[in-house]
Design a protein around this ligand. Sequence first.
Ligand code: 13P
Length: 285
Amino acid sequence: MAFEKVSTILKEVDAKKTAVLAFDCYNYESIAWIIETAEELGTPVIVMLHPGMMKYITAELFAKITKTLAKKAKIPVGLHLDHCDSFDTILGVIKAGFTSVMIDGSRLPYEENVRATCEVMKAAHALGADVEAELGKVGIAANTSDFKNEDMYTTPEQAADFIDRTKVDSLAIAIGNAHGYYVETPKLDMNRLKEINKAVDTPLVLHGGTGIPDDQLKQAFKLGISKLNLATEYFALFYSTTKDYQQIKDKKDSLFSLWAYQKKEIQDYLRNKLSLTIPDAKTSR
Ligand code: 13P
């Protein structure tokens, strides 16, 4: 158990016909509380660093915290670099101890996405790291057209060609999902997911987990999603619980009381989310 490669975790959850949750983190607490809750539930988990968070914490320190906590955990814990379009940053982060990275070439024309992904694959695999790529465009959930416009979606044919040419370890797809708060409830294209899953053997990743209803998430896990990315709603809880605490009558005016309150609220959220990945006999893929 303990610290594990993301590709190994994806194989394990795939065999159990479920998914692993992957959370963007930015400090010690956001990493530690996820690992602690996942351990309580007995589920694997992936801790992710978004390049935008590197102004708050270095990749070296982030990797050290995750690995130190993972070594003591009785569940598999993965470490992954989220959305990155810079080859140099990817190499730097691998050297800092990351064992999985995402090359996001989804904004590039198709052939350039293939080329950029192959370049990262070659370097990352030589250094023992896994690679996630993205095909289709996962836009911004504040723009209805970004998640309702099927022209942005991944096609099964292109997914098969992309995997064949890049041999990536996992593929993020666009099926009606987008990043941030959705302006209206999303409706994932489950038929498309089924077709993509039929067309490729590679584990599929769903980004934009914030605000996707739980029933759709569970169905998506059954139909082939092996990794779900979450960030916005997780980060938002660190802020909203700080505000909510101020409204509590008879609260103790102490940093550590606030901290205990936040931890409880945030771990309740994590428990709910992580439990979606625990397969019950009737709902397995
Ligand atoms: P949300 O911020 O919508 O949860 O998406 C997170 C994500 O996909 C990170 O890669």
